[in-house]
Design a protein around this ligand. Sequence first.
Ligand code: DQA
Length: 147
Amino acid sequence: MTILLLNGPNLNLLGTRQTSVYGATTLSEIETLTRSHAEAAGYKLDALQSNHEGVLIDAIHSAKGKSQGIILNAGAYTHTSIALMDAISSVELPVIEVHLSNIHAREPFRHQSYIARVAVGQIAGFGPDSYILAVDALVAHLSEAAS
Ligand code: DQA
């Protein structure tokens, strides 16, 4: 049983990027923390980051048949990408939308999420803990769906 952790544009710079907004934890540290938490719940974690919308779409397509669900921080594509939204609808896998920052407390253009329309739910504002909470949310969703 596998969870796909997908991170979008600019998240490769975590640790040095706008640390007052996004904190000092690097993406590789977040992936390690998320993987340990997923493994403790009995899931393997595949992790991918890309700055390219098409690569993220391909990864969502490839998850079908390989992963039981997806944890997605689409970065700024959250607010713009109908193509990512359609990719999620096409594969019919459960997606938990994640953000380090509380997007609803920020600029108005960040309040809109195309991902939220097709996600099981959204977790935002808890820094790296958003990813841990997303694992818990996805695992709970998957076990409810299986029962
Ligand atoms: C983000 C929030 C987005 O608005 C922003 O474009 C990001 C990061 C977050 O994790 O808080 O790149 O997704």
